[in-house]
Structures are given as C-alpha cells and as structure tokens.
Ligand binder design. Structure first.
Ligand code: COA
Length: 294
C-alpha cells in the first residue's frame, strides 16, 4: 500500500488560532496552498498580490472552503510605500501580525546575454527587494512593539548551486537567503525568527506554464532526476511551511530546509549519472575493473 501520510495535515487544528499571517503572492500556486492550510489551522490570513481581482477571488474561495478569515490586498512588493500601506491595512483589519511568508516571485527562462537591464531589474526587484521591503516593514513594527514574530522565505536550491538561464532569479534568491541567515542572528534578541524553504518541483499552474521543470525534459523520467521518484505534493510543502512559522519550531532560526526529493543532490554528485548503468552493464564494468582475488 502506498504511504500517503505526506498528503495529510501535520499540525494540530488550532496551531494558529489567534494569529495573523501575511502571505505575499498568496493568491496563486504554492502561496495559495500555504495560505489555505494556515486558514484550516485557525490563522487569519492576509494575501497580497499585484492583481487585486486574483487575490480577492482566492481569498473568497479559501474563506468559503475553510470557514476562516482571509483578507485580500493589492500590493506590488517592489514598492516600499505599498508594502507599508499593506501591513497597516492588515493591522487595521486583523490587529497584530504574527508571521510573514515572503512567497511573491517573478522569473523567466532566458539566456543571460539576451536579458535587457530592465529584465534583470524586474526579477531582482521582486525577489530580493520585495523580500527586503516586506521583511523590513514587519520587522520594524515587531521591534517597535516589542513583540516576537516569524518570517519564512520561499527560496530555491539554485540559491546556493546557481543556475544558468535564470540568473536574475538565482542572484536574488541567494541574496534573500543570506538576508534570512543574517537577520536570524541580528534579530534573534527580539524574538524574531527567520527561516527558508527550498522547494523542488511542486506542480503549479503558473510556474509550470512558464518554467518547464528540468525533471520533465527527458520525457518525464522522473526517477533519474529525483531520487525519491516523484513530484512534491502541495500539502507536504504546506506542512513544512506551517511548522517553520509556528511556535512548534521555536528553537529554529536561520535554517533553510530543502524539500525536493533529493533532486539537487542528484544533479550535484559527480557520479550520480551512473544511475543509468543497468545491472548487466555493472557486471561487465566490475569484471573489467575489479582486481582478481589473490
Ligand atoms: N524573457 C526576457 N525578458 C523578459 C521576459 C522574458 N520571458 N519577460 C519580460 N522580460 C523583460 C521585458 O522585456 C522588460 O524589459 P525591457 O523593458 O527592457 O523590454 C522587463 O523584462 C520587464 O518586463 P515587464 O513585463 O514590464 O515586467 P513586469 O514588471 O510587469 O513583470 C515579471 C515582470 C517577471 C513579474 C513577469 O514576467 C511576470 O509577471 N511573471 C509572472 C509571475 C512569475 O513569474 N511568478 C514566478 C513564478 S516562479
């Protein structure tokens, strides 16, 4: 029988009762899955995005399915004034904010030499500056009020391996990850925790229509690219995100947890391509390479 534990809710139902969480880009994809799960755990959730109609629709649907309170706000995270206004509006509606997920991102696949300066800026401004704007806006509020808080960044494994064809995104994600580690140290004294998640391939409508996952490039032979042989389920990512934001992870800060079925290590290890050698080929190789027994 297949084990489906990872598709189930992990945390107790009231884990976020009385808490407010802001999720940037929470109207679509993984942002929406995390928002929805936080609502089922009792949180009030504010989602923001550049397109008001998208976040409004998502908030309404999520409130209906979970019975929770979801607030939709228009906000371009690149603009610090919009970010400030967004947090003020959330506090007006829900009171104190307890957590933030820096999920909003922008990315496109393109040979770097074809990128205009503006294209580079567009991605870096959303991913790095947007994360910085939101982190700083909420961090200042928490420090002024003397209240703790938790921040979670959605990162990527190429934040440390680097990757061609998504250079602005790689540069920005690397910067955002270093910000998590730097502030985890600096703001620990205020009770502010910052962590990150580096997801592998989790099917989403938006990202997959623009960025074809490398796992699909050779006809979908997943097991060659992902040691655990499958894509991720949104619930298992939501479980991890909720845990890292919750008080259950009170002693974890500055961490980046990879959730990719082992994909980045498969790409990194020098000899991992030997996965393709079948048993008969191994027999032949070993017969040729092994010294005869004395
Ligand atoms: N390849 C190369 N350059 C591109 C590009 C592509 N696929 N898409 C946009 N650009 C360039 C534009 O030509 C422009 O540069 P220019 O002014 O020198 O011509 C620059 O990037 C900004 O483009 P614009 O459309 O004005 O940007 P924007 O600020 O409205 O949005 C993104 C930029 C990245 C957010 C946009 O691609 C987008 O909306 N993506 C969807 C959200 C997303 O990517 N989510 C992440 C999923 S992982």
């Amino acid at each position: 029988m297949t084990n489906t534990r990872h598709t189930q809710s992990m945390l107790p139902p009231d884990s976020f009762r009385g808490q407010t969480i802001v999720v940037t880009g929470g109207g679509t994809g993984l942002g929406r899955s995390m928002s929805q799960y936080l609502l089922t755990l009792g949180a009030k959730v504010a989602i923001c995005g550049r397109r008001l109609e998208v976040v409004e629709r998502a908030a309404q649907e999520m409130a209906e399915t979970t019975g929770g309170e979801a607030l939709a706000l228009k906000c371009d995270v690149r603009q610090s004034e919009e970010v400030e206004a967004m947090f003020s509006a959330v506090s007006e509606q829900f009171g104190r904010v307890h957590g933030l997920i820096n999920n909003a991102a922008g990315n496109f696949i393109c040979p770097t030499e074809r990128l205009s300066y503006n294209a580079f800026n567009a991605v870096v401004d959303i991913v790095l500056k947007g994360t910085y704007n939101c982190t700083l806006a909420i961090g200042k509020r928490w420090i002024d009020a003397g209240t703790p808080g938790a921040i979670l960044n959605i990162s990527t494994t190429y934040a440390w391996t680097g990757s061609g064809y998504v250079v602005p995104s790689a540069v920005a994600k690397a910067g955002a990850l270093i910000m998590v580690r730097s502030l985890a140290s600096e703001w620990g004294k205020y009770g502010i925790r910052l962590n990150a998640i580096a997801p592998g391939s989790f099917p989403t409508e938006g990202a997959w229509s623009r960025l074809k996952p490398p796992e699909l490039e050779d006809g979908g032979n997943l097991s060659q690219k992902v040691p655990l042989g499958r894509f991720g389920e949104h619930q298992e990512l939501a479980n991890l995100a909720a845990y890292l934001l919750s008080d259950f992870s009170a002693y974890i800060t500055g961490a980046c947890v990879t959730i990719d079925g082992g994909a980045w290590l498969r790409g990194a290890g020098q000899f991992n391509a030997l996965e393709r050698v079948d048993s008969e080929q191994w027999d032949a190789l070993q017969a040729a390479m092994k010294p005869p027994k004395k």
